[in-house]
Write a protein that binds this ligand. Structure first.
Ligand code: AMP
Length: 195
């Protein structure tokens, strides 16, 4: 299996790139942010539990997030691999994922690719997206800044965590969609040729 963690601050283009990677590599894309937005649509109990966190730009509790992720993975027993987008968001989630992949799926994380984009570029992109996305957390600069701060304090350490296993690659996330896709594909091709 090829299991990719696509990492990067909010607005770094993970979702867009994941969609292109799915087409090329036939992986299953799981975005925990999308899973929460699906819960929002049905105004489920899960949404009611997490909405305050999400609307403020804070992380949802690990246990709820992980439960949603596992349920989604269970839906695709024939997957040749996954793209985890927006997960793990902290080191605890990374440890939960590693344990689950090893014990229940007999596999592991293949690589973590981090898209690096300067804060200023991200803030402009997200506020622009917020004009049409309808996402409460995309509309206010202070909330966007909060999400970036949480990325730095909680999620960037996930890249360092996988670095100790030699699995982290940091890439320039600035450029056209095709340029960034080219950089990501080069890394995935390299790792596929090894396996
Ligand atoms: P995203 O679309 O990935 O930016 O996620 C939107 C929001 O959903 C985040 O700001 C968090 O509030 C929540 N969220 C998404 N993924 C996770 C996760 N792995 N752990 C905790 N909260 C998450």
């Amino acid at each position: 299996m090829l299991n990719l963690i696509l990492c990067g601050p909010p607005g770094s283009g993970k979702g867009t790139q994941a969609a292109k990677l799915v087409e090329k590599y036939k992986l299953i894309h799981i975005s925990t942010g999308d899973l929460f937005r699906r819960e929002k649509k049905s105004n489920s109990l899960i949404w009611q539990e997490v909405q305050n966190h999400i609307n403020k730009g804070e992380l949802a509790p690990d246990s709820i997030t992980f439960k949603l992720l596992k349920a989604e993975m269970d839906n695709t027993p024939d997957a040749v691999g996954f793209i985890f987008d927006g997960f793990p968001r902290n080191v605890n989630q990374a440890e939960l994922l590693d344990k689950f992949l090893k014990e229940e799926e007999n596999t592991s994380v293949s690589i973590l690719l981090e898209l690096q984009v300067p804060d200023k570029v991200i803030i402009d992109r997200i506020l622009e997206r917020g004009k049409t996305s309808g996402r409460v957390d995309d509309q206010k600069e202070s909330i966007v800044q909060n999400r970036i701060d949480i990325y730095q304090s909680e999620t960037a350490p996930v890249a360092s965590y996988y670095e100790q296993f030699g699995k982290t690659k940091r890439l320039n996330g600035v450029g056209t969609m095709d340029e960034v896709f080219g950089r990501l594909s080069d890394e995935l091709d390299a790792i596929r040729s090894l396996s």
